[in-house]
Design a protein around this ligand. Structure first.
Ligand code: NAD
Length: 512
């Protein structure tokens, strides 16, 4: 198959086409009789349908992956690396087409969609370093004539279950490392924006990846539950909301699988009184409203310490009218719609409950004309001030363009707020005091920390993961911990035969 560069509007051109599974190197139309709608969130219309897999269809994908595994794990590291380089190059060449799928089905504006592809690409670049990453250890002469060495081997068939908000990047967090390590892979992408996953599957095939090494099954709980119980799947990587992450972790580990399950978030940005107000306001606005707040690393709560609150809220408020909300087809739009009408309306309920419970609604996104026009799933940017921990808007992950401000008297109070929150994905501190920043980094019980950086998503050669209810499992995702997750260690103790030293000895083997 040859991919020619399609215009960025490629996704729209395919409107109406059904999204099929990808099994054993080809598109496989669903036979379950079940499907789901895929919306264009900017118009509110159903753009296409996606097949929902039955147990038998998941079984077929796992069978293909299982059959492909022996040859793939026996493929030399240099050959696997060569294919990884080609995958990386094809994704790079087709970044705009992948981004067009994201804009068409997720709704994020093109600049944001291309940013997503770029961050995914980093993970494929990391995976091209697999010869270095799979090096084991060797200890010579641990006893006379005896060497010990450790090798890391792939697990077999592994699966990834991914969320709607990063339909290209999160799969790339997983499959690059997984296949580079010699595993074969089953992807169950979000049913809300599934097209990018099949488009990437085509690129992987074009790069020379053998059939069956990468498979995609679409669907809902039926497909997920089959993945969780299938005896031939060795490990499951999950990214999504906390209740489902907990369920995946419990069900997967009960079935004997290795599981890493990343959950939801409520990310706090602490602003100390000495911070540069303009810089903090720019960062809070960018991190709260980018991708319409549908990022697990979005800043959802600014914790304003001491007398910084009034000027900070004023500076944030002053920036909001300039944010251009609109469809991705409008090249000047900075923020697109939300994923579904139900989600948009749920987000809007916090603009009702927040003030009813005592918060100040400083900016109301429901005033935006695109909210009222009712076609796409738009909501303007919103700002809630004087939020307190008991309020529903604080206790829930809103996952929309709503920024909350909490006012606290001291740094210690800010730390208590963060500590008492069940989530611990990302956090940030804004200050000019290096000592305070270092203390924050030391104290805070959160997995990813930014110092004057609002969205501290680690680069691909570190690993990504929150703490507490933001991650179930032991290993973080991608980077070095991803390689660890997708391999298991084997330790070999070896001696070459030397009949002159051979004798019967029933004692426990000693090294001295
Ligand atoms: P979700 O939990 O609803 O869905 C994630 C995946 O699970 C999808 O593939 C979906 O089909 C499947 N799923 C949904 N309900 C299921 C059920 N009852 N049983 C089995 N499978 C089910 O999450 P979402 O709405 O797609 O994504 C948004 C959430 O993901 C937010 O909570 C966000 O914070 C979180 N997220 C976290 C990270 C992270 O790295 N921690 C990254 C991105 C998104």
């Amino acid at each position: 198959m040859t991919h020619v560069a399609e215009p960025p509007a490629a996704a729209e051109a395919r409107t109406g086409e059904r999204v099929n599974h990808w099994i054993n190197g080809q598109r496989v139309p669903g036979t379950s009789g079940r499907s789901g709608p895929v919306y264009n969130p900017a118009t509110g219309e159903i753009a296409r349908e996606v097949d929902f897999a039955s147990v038998e269809e998941v079984n077929a994908a796992v069978a293909a992956a299982k059959a492909a595994f022996p040859a793939w794990r026996a493929t030399s590291i240099s050959k696997r690396t060569e294919i990884l380089f080609r995958i990386r190059n094809l994704v790079e060449v087709h970044r705009k087409e992948i981004a067009a799928h994201l804009t068409a089905e997720h709704g994020k504006v093109p600049s944001d969609a291309q940013g997503e592809v770029a961050r995914g690409l980093e993970n494929l670049e990391f995976a091209t370093g697999i010869p270095h990453l799979l090096k084991g250890g060797f200890s010579e002469q641990v006893s006379t004539g005896i060497d010990v060495y450790q090798i890391r081997q792939p697990l077999g068939v592994v699966a990834g279950i991914t969320p709607f908000n990063f339909p290209a990047m999160v799969p790339m967090w997983m499959f690059g490392n997984a296949i580079a390590c010699g595993n074969t892979f089953i992807l169950k992408p979000s049913e809300k924006d599934p097209s990018a996953s099949v488009y990437m599957a085509e690129l992987l095939k074009e790069a020379g990846l053998p059939d069956g090494v990468f498979n995609v099954v679409h669907g809902d709980k039926v497909a997920v539950d089959r993945i969780l119980e299938h005896p031939d799947i060795a490990a499951v990587s999950f990214v999504g909301s906390t209740p489902i992450a907990r369920y995946i972790y419990e069900a997967g580990t009960k079935a004997g699988k290795r599981v890493q399950a990343l959950g939801g978030a409520k990310n706090h940005m602490v602003v100390l009184p000495d911070a540069d107000i303009g810089m903090a306001a720019d960062a809070a606005v960018s991190a709260a409203y980018g991708s319409a707040g549908e990022r697990c690393m979005a800043i959802s709560v600014v914790v304003a310490v001491g007398d910084v609150a009034d000027p900070l809220v004023a500076a944030i408020k002053e920036r909001l009218p300039r944010i251009k909300v609109g469809p991705g087809s409008d090249t000047t739009a900075e923020m697109g719609p939300l994923i579904t009408r139900e989600h948009r309306d749920k987000v809007a309920t916090y603009l009702e409950s927040g003030p009813a419970q005592g918060a100040d609604l400083v900016v109301d996104g429901r005033q935006h004309p695109l909210f009222a026009d009712g076609k796409g799933f738009f909501l303007g940017v919103s700002l809630l001030d004087r939020v307190t921990p008991e309020m529903d808007c604080y206790r829930n992950e809103i996952f929309g363009p709503v920024l909350e401000v909490m006012r606290v008297p001291t740094y210690a109070d800010a730390m208590r707020v963060i500590d008492e929150n069940p989530y611990a994905n990302g956090t940030a501190i804004f200050t000019r005091d290096g000592g305070a920043a270092r203390q924050f980094q030391f104290d805070v019980n959160v997995g990813m920390v930014g110092i004057n950086v609002p969205i501290p998503v680690p680069v691909a050669y570190y690993s990504f993961g929150g703490w507490k209810a933001s991650l179930f499992g032991d290993l973080h995702m991608y980077g070095p911990e991803g390689v660890q997750f997708y391999t298991r260690a084997k330790v070999v103790t070896s001696r070459w035969p030397d009949p002159s030293t051979s004798k019967v000895d029933l004692g426990f083997p000693r090294t001295r």
